[in-house]
Every structure is written in C-alpha cells, then in structure tokens.
Design a protein around this ligand. Structure first.
Ligand SMILES: [Zn+2]
Length: 269
C-alpha cells in the first residue's frame, strides 16, 4: 500500500515532465518553425526518385577534368554530406560555377577550392562528380576526403527558404543514391579545421544558433530525413506491388494446373 502511495506522486511528476518535454518539442525548431509555416509540411506520399531528381533542376557544369579543383584525380566513395553557405551577397550559383571553372578560388590542399553542388532558389549546379573529393571543409580531413560538399547561395534577391528546401531535397536524393545515413549529413561546423581559431566554422551560419548546430539545424536535418523517407517509401511500395503481382500469378497458375488435372480426369480435354 505504502508503495502504491509513493507511486502516485512519482507518476504525477513523471507525467508533468513528459508533458513539458512534449510542449518543448512542439516549440523547438528554432527559425525552422517560421520557415516550416512558409514551406508547409513535407508530403507523406511516396515519391519516385527519378521525379525527385527532375524536381531539382540540376545542371551539370563540371570543372574541366585535370584542371584547377580537379587538377589531381582523387577518387572518393562518399560517406557524408556537408552543408555550407556561400556568405557571398553577390554571386549566384552560375557565378560560382564560372569562378570554379576558371580556377579563380584558391586554397585547400590542391591549391584550388572546389565542391560538388551549388544551390540557389531555382536551380542546382554540379561542379565535380560525386566520385571525386572536393576542397571545401577541412583541408585533408574526413570532411573533404569522404563528403559531398553542397553550397547554398546567399546573393541578394535569392529566396533563402526555397534554397534551403531545394538543398534538403538534393541531400535526400544523394542519401538515397549513395546509401548515406541521416546522421552523416553534417554542417560544415562539424569538421574542425586544423590551425584555425575557432577550428569549427560558423557555417552554414543561418542554420546555426550562436555559431553552433541547435534547434534550427535539427529542423533542417528533419526536413531532409522526411524527403528521403518519401523515396524509400516509393521503393517499398514497388516491392509490395511486385510481391502481390507474383502471388496473383502463382495463384492463377495453380488454378490452371488444377483445372487441367480435373479436365484430364473427367476426359474433357
Ligand atoms: Zn562552409
């Protein structure tokens, strides 16, 4: 009995804590809460990965092979996706492609900066194949050696929220094609740069809180995860449909076999 009475206050406290946590979860999301209202919730319906690819409006404009950022061929099997923002108020995705293609951005280990994709509100431009390493995160660290680098544009007139959403869709598509788990989608912040103070860059700055990943970053990653789930659901639906079709086929064959045995037996054929 005593134990029962002890249990009541404990349950009440635990219940209140749970309620508060739930409220807190609803209120989290940082700036994402405002952006979510603008974008609307991610749809639940399965999405054909080929259609998702088309929605990106992807333009391939690769840095010439053997030049600038691709001066040295360095093969890569992507295991991570790194999200950046350009912090450039004047250059759109096309201007960045032009700069990369003529070796205008110096730095990194090979002498030239390069990354895989630049995203603006209405398009994505690819600069290097996802099977080659870039120079965008942490010199010779794992961010460069194993991750696909995506830059989000910040030029004037560009819709920042739509750019983030296009980036989320691109990241989801890349996760799907390269089998990259959601925990391996990283902000540039996550890759410390040796010799820098602070080593962790405030990038992509508008998705971080006080220079660090917080609620807004978690909201963004959640959005990528939901886009990715739609692609996975499409495959699952296809698999289920195939199983159903095979089952129907098997049943039809069985009926035909039984019918033929019965027909033989009663001398119908
Ligand atoms: Zn960055």
């Amino acid at each position: 009995m005593k134990r029962f009475f002890l249990l009541i206050p404990f349950t009440a406290v635990a219940g209140t804590l749970l309620f508060l946590t739930a409220c807190n979860t609803n209120q989290s999301g940082g700036k994402g809460q405002i952006w979510e209202r603008e974008l609307g919730a991610v749809a639940n319906e399965p999405l054909n990965p080929a259609d998702a690819q088309k929605e990106l409006n992807l333009k391939v404009d690769l840095i010439p092979e053997g030049k600038y950022g691709r001066r040295i061929f360095r093969e890569m099997t992507p295991q991570y996706i790194t999200i950046h923002s350009t912090q450039n108020p004047t250059g759109d995705a096309y201007a960045h492609a032009k700069a990369l293609n003529r070796g205008a951005l110096r730095g990194g280990v090979c002498g030239y900066l390069c990354w895989h994709f630049t995203v603006q509100d209405n398009a994505v431009i690819q600069h290097i194949p996802t099977s080659e390493r870039g120079e965008h995160a942490d010199f010779d660290g794992p961010g460069n050696r194993y991750s696909i680098g995506i830059e989000m544009c910040e030029h004037q007139g560009n819709n920042q929220v739509v750019t983030m959403e296009r980036t989320a869709k691109l990241a989801a598509t890349l996760m799907y094609h390269h089998k990259i788990p959601i925990e391996n989608v990283r902000a540039h912040y996550h890759w410390p740069r040796e010799g820098y103070d602070p080593p962790n860059k405030d990038c992509p700055h508008f998705l971080l809180e006080n220079g660090k990943p917080g609620d807004t970053w978690r909201w963004f990653v959640g959005r990528i995860n939901m886009h990715h789930a739609r692609l996975v659901r499409y495959d699952e639906a296809l698999r289920e449909q195939k199983i159903k079709e095979e089952e129907a086929k098997r049943r039809k064959q069985m009926v035909q076999r039984v019918w033929s045995i019965v027909s033989d037996w009663v001398g119908l054929s």
